[in-house]
Design a binder for this molecule. Structure first.
Ligand SMILES: Cc1ncc(COP(=O)(O)O)c(C=O)c1O
Length: 494
């Protein structure tokens, strides 16, 4: 038929770029944010481009139709591979972590794919992890192809060959920054490489959720303790080889609540029905624009506005039972009317008189021992020129004095450790228990600044004080009538 395409896969790409008009209202004048709507791809995300390139490369290497595609996927790569497999005649087996939304699982099964679920809360090296299980299934299935999006160079290549050139063609290079969430790194590494080749001054900015490894590694070079978070598709607890962190000019981090509130705002205010990582990317871009934007705008010396292009990966339909469900949002403390047991800021507030004490990597062992002793604390964040470098604790000093060089006047530079997690003042206290189970301490940062440190005893102290706040009141005989609350619950006036 005239005007018809050969099959649905021909609709992948050429996704529109749209200006944001409302969620950006607090930005300084002259800064504009645009979004690339990858969620409008037929498979529902940018992974349609990846699936095309993975299969193209596999077929070049000898894969024949009729074979089985196996992949560890949080859903989107699976959806894209499943769509392509349908058209091209392959079977699919997908292995997913169990935190993923039911919609994503159902979506894959709708295409006839087999889905295997694995526990989320295990290390990537654990034989039960979805990375390991998918590898084993691929090894055991004859005539199979392990798509391996975390380590397959065809992943960033898809974005280098396709996404980057497409954006360049659409915009004619008329923008200053490209912002994308960081998952496998395929998007940012491939698109970023192409854009940098065309216009080296384009800023490539990654957005990482609190709990993921990337942010701390880019900022400090340290592999800190990852912990779990709810936003899907971005952040990692290991380093995929498809990620080229060197391509980044900057990285910002966002927490679940700001991701989800922005996701909702994008839908309600901009008409863009995006998933959580889209909200994350826009929230991150706005944060970045507020801090770095004015300086970059000034550097343009009146030559037009500062234009930021944000990559929106998938759509909101897959998250209707979570981000777009008030009960789920409230249960998880993401709505303001349900504050939960508080945030890290509340713990810091409780000890507001105690100023954060830090040291520097050039400090002497004996001086740090004296500080720890004097303050009765066990560890100190190490900060050089305002940037976090690591943590030093009594265990490290003990090791140095017992089995190491035993020199009290040497510097602590070689003794710094990474077994802490970083959180923000907005991190929910519910998360801290998991964080501190595995890490010595949670260092609280705001941008680059270290604003606090929280240890197990601080958490216990806070929770104990909090529970003491709820007095056991003996009911008194009162003539006053109970007041009816709007939700129907009855409450007594004090
Ligand atoms: C919803 C969503 N957003 C963002 C990403 C990150 O993209 P990339 O893997 O190219 O870094 C993914 C990847 O899984 C995703 O599924």
């Amino acid at each position: 038929m005239h005007g018809a395409l050969e099959d649905i896969t021909k609709t992948v790409g050429n996704t529109p770029i749209v200006r944001l008009n409302k969620v950006t209202k607090d930005l300084p004048p002259g800064i504009e944010i645009y979004v690339k709507c990858e969620y409008l791809n037929p498979g529902g995300s940018h992974k349609d481009r990846l699936a095309w390139n993975l299969l193209r490369r596999a077929e070049e290497a000898g894969l024949q139709p009729g074979g089985t595609i196996v992949e560890a996927t949080s859903g989107n790569t699976g959806a894209s591979l499943a769509l392509l497999a349908t058209i091209r005649g392959y079977k699919c087996v997908f292995v997913m972590p169990d935190k993923m939304s039911q919609e994503k699982v159902t979506n894959l099964r709708a295409f006839g794919a087999k889905v295997v679920m694995c526990p989320t809360a295990v290390d990537a090296d654990d034989p039960r992890s979805y990375y390991k299980v998918s590898r084993r299934i691929a090894d055991e299935t004859p005539n199979s192809f392990y798509a391996n999006q975390y380590h397959n160079p065809a992943n960033p290549e898809a974005h280098y060959l396709w996404t980057g050139p497409e954006i360049w063609k659409q915009t004619k290079g008329d923008f200053d920054a490209f912002v994308a969430g960081l998952g496998t790194g395929g998007t940012v590494s491939g698109t970023g490489k192409y854009l940098k080749e065309k216009k080296p001054e384009i800023q490539i900015v990654g957005v990482d959720p609190v709990g993921s490894l990337y942010y701390d590694f880019v900022k400090t070079g340290r592999i800190t303790k990852p912990f779990s978070y709810k936003v899907e598709g971005i952040g990692e607890d290991f380093f995929p080889t498809t990620m080229n962190l060197k391509i980044l000019d900057d990285i910002v981090r966002v927490d679940d609540k700001e991701c989800f509130l922005m996701t909702r705002a994008m839908t309600r205010e901009e008409g863009l029905f995006v998933g959580g990582s889209g909200g994350a990317a826009v929230a991150g871009a706005i944060k970045w624009a507020k801090t770095v934007g004015p300086r970059l705008l000034a550097a343009k010396k009146g030559q037009g506005s500062l234009k930021i292009l944000v990559f929106l990966c998938d759509g909101g339909q897959k998250y209707v039972s979570k981000i777009f469900n008030d009960d789920w949002m409230r249960e998880n403390g993401f709505l303001d009317d349900e504050p939960g047991i508080g945030t890290v800021a509340d713990i810091l507030h409780l000890r507001s008189k105690r100023k954060i004490v830090t040291t520097t990597s050039s400090a002497k062992v004996k001086d740090v021992i004296a500080t720890l002793k004097q303050l009765g604390i066990s560890q100190l964040p190490v900060v050089d020129k305002g940037k976090l470098k690591g943590i030093i604790s009594e265990v490290d000093l003990l090791r140095h004095m017992v089995s190491g060089p035993k020199t009290a006047s040497s510097s602590i530079a070689a003794l710094l450790e990474s077994d802490y997690a970083t959180v923000t003042p907005d991190t929910k206290i519910e998360l801290l228990q998991g964080v501190l189970a595995d890490a010595r301490a949670a260092i609280v940062t705001e941008g680059d600044a270290v604003v606090g440190i929280v240890t197990k005893i601080d958490l216990i102290d806070y929770l104990a004080k909090k529970s003491a706040e709820v007095p056991v009141v003996k009911p008194k005989a009162s003539k006053k009538r109970p007041v009816k609350k709007a939700n129907g619950a009855r409450e007594r006036r004090a």
